[in-house]
Design a protein around this ligand. Structure first.
Ligand SMILES: Cc1cc2nc3c(=O)[nH]c(=O)nc-3n(C[C@H](O)[C@H](O)[C@H](O)COP(=O)(O)OP(=O)(O)OC[C@H]3O[C@@H](n4cnc5c(N)ncnc54)[C@H](O)[C@@H]3O)c2cc1C
Length: 400
């Protein structure tokens, strides 16, 4: 049934809720393998209810999608709402050709394909338009040469969303194209990098005559900057909503399940819940989280009107502050005990890990400073930062 067939009002929502409940009663089994369960959700068109009916969706409104999500949450099931959360599938749907979408979108929704982001380079991070990885058309495929860095999950990825330069004779934003690059091929070499948290989630990626089929070009040739803006907006939105919890909590790639440490319980167990400074700290950290939840709702409403919202930057920036502040308060509560570490001292281990890992959100997906620039320019309407190389052919831009 598509959204158009159900009234988008209280009685229609009640009917929809009943339909979802009875489907979940008949199908939901927590013991099912993840991809088998997601296969059922996709087939029943619950995965992306806001998407068009011809592409696995139901043409439903936000309100209807929320009814479905509420029923899934009530049952303890997962897999719906991917029209908001699945960065890869949303980018593919927005910019892939029909042939590409038929091949990739169902597998991305079933989460059978593992993905990574091949954006940053040693000389291009905040200024992503300065990428120098080169893509040359060769018949019905593309040949890629260059280097990427800080690529989360590259060691296990099947495909990477890649930005590469396809025209060096136009200004930097206009000569970039966006690809789905197969990672498991001889032209792709992945070298892990060790992080300050002693983990190795991200990598250097060397591309040497790597080959990409022509159908894997998303959007038009040289129009990759536009595709990238949409993909970044989805990524920042996810980072503004969720952040990784302690080391021991489940982790799942660049954006992992949210896991908040209960600061009040921690202060009680450490015997400092009556300390007025700690109480103020906890209140401030809690207020930041609540405000961010409201802000995220506002960003989602904006996203529903178009593909990219600068308001997303507010949520990600706020989450960065929440994580640094939360880790600081945890450290203040535990005091000298945070000098201890490791599995024998789990509370201190959490506080120390979260202190170091807070930089994940304040750098990954665009740094706090860049988010502030975006807010200044696109939300507050302040003067644009001077960019001397914006209008000259990229070939003439001096290398740092
Ligand atoms: C945990 C994590 C995961 C990541 N995962 C990926 C990934 O999967 N794929 C990927 O492609 N990249 C990934 N990155 C890379 C990330 O996107 C870049 O690190 C980030 O965009 C910053 O680029 P940079 O490191 O080159 O720093 P630079 O751009 O060199 O910036 C250095 C400093 O200068 C500041 N700065 C730069 N320009 C300006 C400006 N115009 N105004 C004010 N300040 C400025 C920055 O804020 C920063 O403090 C990841 C990074 C982290 C930390």
């Amino acid at each position: 049934m598509t959204g158009a067939l159900l009234a988008d009002d209280a009685s229609g929502h009640a009917l929809l809720g009943a339909e979802v409940r009875s489907w979940l009663d008949a199908h939901w089994d927590p013991a099912l393998e993840r991809s088998a369960w997601l296969g059922l959700v996709v087939e029943a068109r619950w995965a992306v209810p806001r998407w068009p009916a011809e592409w696995f969706g139901r043409d439903m409104s936000d309100a209807q999608a929320r009814v479905i999500a509420a029923e899934f949450t009530r049952a303890g099931a997962y897999g719906t709402g991917q029209d908001r959360t699945n960065l890869w599938a949303n980018t593919a749907l927005s910019f892939g050709t029909d042939a590409f979408k038929r091949e990739f979108v169902p597998a991305l929704l079933r989460q059978e394909i593992s993905m990574c982001l091949l954006y940053s380079e040693p000389g291009a991070g905040s200024d992503l338009a300065g990428i120098r990885t080169n893509a040359v058309r060769d018949g019905d495929q593309w040949v890629i040469n260059g280097q990427k860095v800080w690529t989360s999950g590259a060691a296990t990825a099947d495909f990477g969303m890649l930005v590469a330069r396809t025209d060096w004779d136009v200004p930097k934003h206009r000569g970039i194209s966006f690809f789905f690059c197969p990672m498991k091929q001889p032209g792709v070499e992945v070298r892990p990098l060790r992080q300050i948290t002693d983990e190795a989630h991200f990598n250097e990626v060397f591309l040497t005559n790597a080959v990409i089929p022509g159908v894997n070009l998303l959007g038009e040739e040289n129009d990759g900057w536009r595709v990238l803006q949409t993909a970044l907006a989805y990524e920042r939105s996810a980072m503004g909503e969720n952040a990784r919890g302690p080391r021991r909590a489940a982790s799942n790639g660049p954006v992992a399940a949210s896991h908040e440490v209960d600061l009040i319980e921690l202060a009680r167990s450490a015997g400092c819940l009556d300390d007025p400074v700690i109480r103020q700290d906890i209140a401030r950290a809690t207020a930041l989280r609540s405000l961010n939840a409201l802000n995220t709702a506002r960003a989602k409403a904006e996203l529903a009107q178009g593909t990219s919202s600068p308001i997303m930057s507010l949520g990600k920036l706020a989450m960065s502050r929440i994580l640094h502040e939360g880790a600081r308060v945890q450290t203040a509560i535990l005091g000298a005990a945070t000098l201890l570490d490791g599995p024998d001292h789990p509370q201190a281990d959490d506080a120390n890990f979260l202190t170091l890992n807070a930089y994940f959100t304040s750098i990954g997906g665009g740094t706090d400073q860049i988010q502030r620039n975006i807010i200044g320019e696109r939300v507050l309407g302040l003067a644009k930062e001077p960019e001397i190389d914006r209008e000259i052919p990229f070939r003439e831009v001096r290398r740092a």
